[in-house]
Ligand binder design. Sequence first.
Ligand code: MN
Ligand code: MN
Length: 473
Amino acid sequence: MEKEKNPLLREKVNAWDALAEGEMAKLNDYCDSYINYLSGAKTERLAHDLIIEEAKKYGFVDMNDVIKNNTGLKTGDKVYMSTGGRTVMLVKIGKKPLEEGLRIVGGHTDSPRLDTKPYPLHESKEMALIDTHYYGGVRKYQWVTIPLAMHGFFAKKDGTIVKVNIGEDPKDPIFMISDLLPHLAKDQKGKKITEAITGEDLKVIIGTKPVEDKEAADRIKLAMLELLNEKYGIDENDFVSADIQFVPAGPARELGLDRSIIAGYGHDDRICAYAGAKALFDQTEDPEYTSVIILCDKEEIGSMGRTGMNSNIFENEMAEIVNAVEGSFCELKLKRTMRNSYMISADVTNVHDPVHPEVDSPRNETMMSSGVNIKKYSGHGGKGGTTDASPEFMAKMRNIFDDNGVVWHASEMGKIDHGGGGTIAQYMAKYGMEVVDCGTGVLNMHAPYELASKVDTYMTYKGYAAFLMDIEA
Ligand code: MN
Ligand code: MN
């Protein structure tokens, strides 16, 4: 006989137990498409390009064409807007006036990685090496002795763009950063983990074969430049105007005997970014409130700069939407649109690690397979560097998720004063809109390979879809 549940107590759910009949096939389809996306989205630019490519298939048009042709926008119209090839916004116009507010899902597509320095190429002790400068919260010791791929592009003086992608095709060569052998690591072993491998140690080995000319200086470096010139037409100076990144090589994969986990580089935050975009793509009806998906860049370094959420991108782009929908621009209408909006700040959080349980606060941690996570606040210390979602909005979220069969839980990121983290929530809350952090739990966040439960991955998508359609003012 099933034990009677006490309605006063919260019921902890393993999301695998809570799938509706026939839902497993949907979950698998969704996760397959996400694995495919993540395997291609190795940089923020690729993440951006793949979303736009997909958006076009779903009938989204370039907002620049709407502006140029002055065609305006009406209910059901779908547009995308790109800034700097790194940040993309997707908009589907809803039935209600814009002034009644938007339903926004905002994630980021940049992930921790190794960028090249302006003059990175040199040779030392019969090897050619590239100096890197790490980007975001990189734990340096994790990036040595793993296969790396080289991605990005060179912008040449004549304006041409040369794209680079080496190390993903199984026939491609890979790259690697060395580490000491244990036999000679006596001194290194005594160092703190943050000092054992330094930022300057992150030098990528790219080759060893010199040019034939024995009289030439830096014969190996020169040989590498010859190869790069042959393939991409670039020279040493072109590194100055380039976005070249080294990231873990290879596709995202299933993990576990039961294939229940997705292992891949860059779950943070492509897992939430993709869920938001896909939730919008899969909408079968026009939403009541205009749906907006904003996938930004530079979150990992504090959301600064032209393509970060601490810029004016969002309001500038919404100004264009207001103008196109209303036929004229009115700043007051834009401000009301923003103020009356509801937003999910779509970002990952840490899954509780049974090997390192001491960092989480009991009862308030994010368990593997507990569905999509809701955070009233992130930040650190006394809730610094965050926005605190209103209880009213939290109640709406609970209601919508429960009504739509979305398994969810609430948590904090780690114990008090053990660290913490911020998201883009605070940069959107400044417009007066309601914002809540909500996303997928990820094990070993920011590591070269991060892990996420498939059921949590799926529940994130399902949760965002429900939010876009059903959150009422
Ligand atoms: Mn993130
Ligand atoms: Mn992060």
